[in-house]
Design a protein around this ligand. Structure first.
Ligand code: FAD
Length: 475
């Protein structure tokens, strides 16, 4: 390792290789604090060439490594087994160019999602995928997880907005996948997006931008209970409406937001609040908003209102996107789950979440991308308490199994990572898993690039990553 660190320092400069214990501490977890694993070193390259040089060194030295964006991932994806090296790409944060005519931009992977939209706004454009973490998370991390967000209901997830990628492969060679024109028979670009950092490291990314719409209307409806909010979502989808966003927050999430700096005047007495946004040209927005409004009014809401201006609209989204952070007041740790059901099964799955919460006895808040059937129960717990850790993990697994029973999926946008690998065989048959494994081996033959993620762990691999309260002694 000493030799590897010294070679890495030659490649990127002495200052940009961290190996002191205090600095490494910041990289031992992502936003899923259930797992942690301290790397031997963290390298902060500044360019694709530096990433390739580092990967060549790590490949030659046989040291496991993984890319890291902002570390907001919620499945343990950016962790390396102890002894491994993290390639932290935060310094690669340049928007290289924006081509307004082509509605395209070229960015480095460490560009923060919201920063790209800020730049694009100068040209009347924006980057559509808007994860709630967008003020922090990076385009590279979004690409690896195929991130979604409220607006993805209409515009599609990250994969629909990535045109091409310059990628450093596990041996340090560099290839470009996808093309600016969109011609790409093999679609390795599509294979890379959502591969959770196990196929290659994106070092330059061509993204699509879309025009900022002429008009936007945001509607809020408050219901006495979650079931009515979910039935309303189903009715909006069944009516063939295409809002840009359909989001739900439950009573606990509303309470947390209203007691925080993100407060937006959400109705505190509501069992659930539904946010619906429509966008497009003025005529379409006016007619869609009226239709949505009448559907929202059908099930005896406590309140239906429209944001009166852009300020109120932004305030409502700030509340929705800040809600995850505001939940910190319910416990020192949060376990954010991610599962998917067909939208028509939302009411059923939320009733099950309620049942599980009562059994577990820990606070659960729900805020989720309802239009996509993508649920996110947030369990508040104390990671220093092994019983609570076990309880939230078991509860999470039960909810995910129920999602599968309802015809859904183990993940909508947070990935499999370390968190869900033990459940994969419940969604996929052995032949499908073997095919995935074979495909990964083509690009990652020695499994040094982000080992242990996204596929069932090999024997002995599980011990490489520690859970709080687990093998290595908890928090
Ligand atoms: C409060 C909060 C709200 C969230 N809301 C959403 C949401 O609405 N929608 C959503 O989809 N997610 C959400 N997330 C999860 C998380 O923000 C996303 O998964 C995000 O895409 C991760 O980006 P990151 O830059 O933090 O990546 P990291 O966490 O650093 O890394 C995630 C994965 O990407 C890989 N990776 C990073 N950079 C590269 C690269 N250049 N090339 C290849 N692989 C790479 C890493 O190895 C790792 O496997 C939320 C998280 C939090 C904490």
């Amino acid at each position: 390792m000493t030799r590897a660190v010294s070679r890495l320092r030659q490649a990127v400069g002495k200052t940009f290789v961290l190996d002191d214990p205090a600095s490494l501490l910041a990289y031992e977890s992502d936003a899923l604090t259930l797992f942690r694993s301290k790397p031997s070193a963290v390298v902060l390259p500044r360019s694709g060439e530096e990433v390739a040089a580092c990967v060549r060194i790590l490949h030659e030295e046989g040291i496991p490594f993984a890319a890291r964006g902002a570390g907001t991932g919620l499945s343990g994806g950016a962790l390396v087994p102890e002894g491994g090296v993290v390639l932290a790409l935060a310094r690669m944060d340049r928007v290289v160019e924006i081509l307004p005519q082509a509605r395209m931009a070229t960015v480095e992977p460490g560009v923060v999602n919201a920063a790209l939209s800020r730049e694009a706004k100068k040209y009347g454009l924006r980057y559509a995928p808007d994860p709630a973490s967008q003020v922090v998370s990076t385009i590279g991390g979004n690409l690896a997880e195929n991130a979604g967000g409220p607006q993805c209901f209409l515009h599609g997830t990250t994969t629909n907005h990535i045109q091409w990628v310059e990628v450093v492969l596990a041996d340090g060679s560099v290839e470009t996948w996808g093309t600016a024109s969109g011609e790409d028979d093999l679609d390795l670009r599509g294979f890379l997006v959502g591969s959770e950092g196990t196929v290659g490291i994106a070092v330059r990314i061509g993204v699509r931008l879309i025009p900022i719409p002429e008009a936007v209307e945001t509607l809020l409806a408050a219901y006495p209970d979650m079931q009515t909010a979910c039935d309303t979502v189903t009715a909006i989808v069944a009516a063939g409406m295409t809002p840009v966003a359909l989001e739900v927050m439950d009573h606990r999430a509303v309470e947390a937001v209203e007691n925080s700096n993100f407060r937006a005047g959400l109705p505190r007495d509501a069992g659930a609040v539904l946010l619906v946004e429509v966008e497009g040209d003025r005529e379409r927005v006016s007619s869609e908003a009226s239709t949505v409004e009448s559907i929202l009014a059908e099930r005896q809401p406590l309140e239906v209102r429209r944001a009166v201006d852009e300020n109120e609209r932004l305030l409502l989204w700030k509340a929705r996107k800040g809600a995850g952070g505001a939940l910190g007041r319910f416990g020192p740790d949060t376990y954010v789950m991610d599962g998917v059901v067909p939208p028509s099964k939302l009411a059923k799955v939320m009733a099950f979440v309620e049942e599980v919460q009562e059994e577990v006895g820990l606070p659960v808040a729900n805020l989720f991308h309802a239009g996509d059937g993508n649920i996110h129960p947030h369990f508040s717990y104390d990671a220093r308490n092994p019983d609570q850790v076990r309880a939230v993990e078991e509860a999470g697994a039960r909810i995910l199994r129920y999602c599968l029973d309802l015809g859904g999926s183990l993940t909508g946008e947070h990935g499999i990572g370390l968190e869900k690998e033990h459940l994969l065989k419940e969604q996929f048959d052995p032949a499908s898993l073997a095919l995935m494994e074979r495909l990964r081996k083509v690009f990652n033959p020695s499994d040094l690039l982000n080992p242990g993620k996204g596929l069932p762990l090999r024997k002995g691999c599980g011990e490489a990553f520690h859970r709080h309260g687990g093998v290595s002694g908890g928090a």
